[in-house]
Design a protein around this ligand. Structure first.
Ligand code: PGA
Length: 249
């Protein structure tokens, strides 16, 4: 694992944007796996800036998002499709048909999961997967104790995740209890993985991911088994690594 620590959120986000930009410059028809949440917001702002400058061209890029809330239509304000349209896709020259976010209101969610996997395979697999990490060590919506072999599936959200995401909803009771999420197996097939974590409330999860043995109790720890992972942290997210013998920062 390559671990890079930056002074602040902005630097970590801009560095993450540079890795994504380099991927697109290197391979204009890249397949990107993308994430939602607070973490990638500044990264997406930087990518929009680079695109506005004419440096980045998204016309051949295909994207697959990690997850979507079950029960929310793509035009619902809290849906992840809406988040992506508002914070990235609507501001760069992505082809609408190259945007893939699981359909949260699919008539048969199990079929939607299989179809999502089929589309990833058909696109040639994900070249670069961007990840955040949950306070409980989840990646995508793969909560603690998920099997490492899972593909895209319907998952139950833990109370901790519902609590963490309640800030985006008018009422905690409105947070969906289930989601469609790429599985750990799906994520591990990506050729390259870039994980961004910021803030002190991620420090424990970051330590478990990097320093503890691989364990489904911390889903992100599986990334120790992937050959091409870069982890970008701001200083607060890296604080618990100073006592970690495996890491030289
Ligand atoms: P956050 O979520 O970016 O909103 O902190 C990250 C995650 O849960 O993966």
């Amino acid at each position: 694992m390559n671990i890079r620590v930056f002074e602040n959120e902005l630097q970590a986000s801009q560095a993450t944007a540079l890795l994504l930009a380099a991927q697109i410059l290197d391979k204009p028809a890249s397949v990107l796996g993308l994430a939602t949440g607070s973490t990638p917001l500044k990264t997406y702002q930087e990518l929009i800036r680079l695109s506005g400058n004419g440096i980045l061209d998204w016309s051949q890029v295909t994207t697959f998002n990690l997850d979507e809330y079950l029960g929310l239509a793509g035009d619902h304000e809290q849906s992840y499709r809406h988040f992506m349209m508002k914070n990235l896709f609507g501001k760069v020259n992505m082809r609408p048909e190259a945007i893939n976010v699981p359909d949260g209101i699919a008539a048969d969610p199990a079929v939607e999961c299989m179809e999502f996997e089929r589309r990833i395979r058909q696109a040639g697999g994900v070249d670069l997967q961007l990840l955040g990490i949950g306070r409980n060590g989840h990646i995508g919506f793969n909560e603690p104790d998920t099997k490492f072999t899972t593909l895209t599936q319907v998952v139950d959200l833990t109370e901790d995740t519902i609590d963490a995401n309640a800030r985006f909803f008018a009422d905690a009771a409105d947070v969906p209890r289930q989601a469609i999420s790429m599985g750990i197996g799906t994520i591990m097939r990506a050729k390259k993985i870039v994980l961004l974590a910021m803030g002190a409330d991620k420090a424990r999860a970051v330590r478990s991911m990097v320093c503890n043995p691989v364990d489904p109790a911390c889903p992100a720890s599986v990334l120790q088994l992937h050959g091409n992972v870069t982890i970008l942290l701001d200083r607060p997210a890296a604080t618990a690594l100073s006592h970690c013998p495996e890491v030289t920062l």
